[in-house]
Design a binder for this molecule. Structure first.
Ligand code: SAM
Length: 326
């Protein structure tokens, strides 16, 4: 007789919030001549929820534009992906967040296994449990992992079978081109002869880019400032959020939107064993979002070893979805 108990996703936690290495990395960034913090520090449980709120904003075009591409071409993209991976592939979702984008692919792909990977472990666990209830037929695995240093999945998760690696939302844009290349090479290895399906934000007029990272309601500002709360917890630091403001600028020379936190007044931040003084106006650089041309991103995928490429865009050519294999 089949079990009446709800299925529970398997969970591997390879990343620990209190990991000393993360605290060391965060402290090194704050103590650098030009202070910086990795965008991965946005994503504690509140940060993940604030990101979800950002995707609802009128100014934040990437999520709805990418969704529009899947609405228009999803069946074609799904069929093209299955040709490369074989039927019922494992679907690996990098930076899965609320898992909603991958869930939209289930109808086209009928994956035998869904592997959701994210650094924001508690949020991922919650999202995956909800999704498992909606799709009891799919075998689900959660992996709490920081893939900015290395994308290495637990060995049994894919068992060497070809997979479709899904990396939506233009999160690849958070990596400078050399680091993006390294991550794409690792994604190709993880696909094990399958394919990569990746969403990429394309270059467009600066005013549109800037507004997407500096909305009038201040949700992106809260998302950026929440990083300081996360660092306070991680390091035992004493950032006073009211002394900091959100700044977003488009850096045309580097083809990227930058987010910073700027000190309103001269201030000193302390944590056990260290301190850092900031002059009024001094910044902590928290995120880069590189914007690509379709040709430039195709060249990057080829450099990463992918020989076969297909891509789809929206009518305004604001966003690209690439399917890469080989
Ligand atoms: C911009 S959100 C995108 C979420 C979702 N995939 C989407 O497209 O809407 C980035 C996601 O990647 C996760 N993430 C960021 N840095 C990461 C890292 N170094 N390792 C693993 N996950 C990371 C975040 O927790 C977050 O869920």
């Amino acid at each position: 007789m089949p079990s009446l108990l709800p299925k529970t996703p398997q969970f591997f936690q390879l990343h620990h919030i209190e990991d000393q290495a993360l605290a060391t990395e965060a402290a090194a960034g704050l103590l650098a001549a030009s202070a910086w913090a990795s965008p991965k520090f946005f994503y504690d449980a509140l940060g993940s929820r604030l990101f979800d709120a950002i995707t609802e904003l009128a100014e934040y075009y990437p999520t709805r534009t990418e969704a529009g591409i899947f609405t228009a071409h999803g069946a074609e993209i799904g069929a093209a992906a299955l040709k490369l991976t074989g039927t019922a592939p494992a679907l690996v979702d990098l930076g899965a967040g609320n898992c909603a984008k991958a869930a939209r692919l289930f109808g086209w792909l009928q994956p035998r296994r869904y592997v959701a990977v994210d650094i924001s472990v508690d949020f991922l666990r919650h999202s995956l449990h909800g999704l498992q209830r909606e799709h009891p037929q799919v075998d689900m695995v959660g992996v709490g992992l920081d893939f900015s240093t290395q994308l290495r999945l637990p060995p049994d998760v894919l068992a060497g079978q070809p997979a479709l690696v899904f990396y939506p939302g233009s999160s690849i844009g958070n990596f400078a081109p050399d680091d993006a290349l390294r991550l794409l090479r690792q994604a190709r290895e993880a696909a094990a002869g399958g394919a990569l399906l990746i969403g990429v934000d394309l270059l467009k007029p600066p005013a549109l880019l800037q507004a997407a990272y500096d909305d009038d309601l201040g949700v992106t500002a809260a998302f950026n400032l929440n990083l300081l709360k996360h660092l306070n917890r991680l390091l035992g630091a004493n950032f006073d959020l009211r002394q900091w403001q959100h700044v977003a600028v488009f850096n045309a020379a580097q083809s990227r939107v930058e987010m910073h936190l700027q000190a309103r007044l001269a201030t000193t931040v302390r944590w056990p064993g260290a301190e850092r003084s900031f002059a009024a106006g001094e910044r902590v650089h928290t995120e880069n979002s590189y914007k690509w041309t379709t040709e430039g991103f195709a060249a990057l995928l080829r450099d990463a070893g992918f020989g076969s490429l297909q891509h789809w865009t929206d009518p305004q050519r604001w966003f690209g979805v690439f399917l890469a294999a080989g």
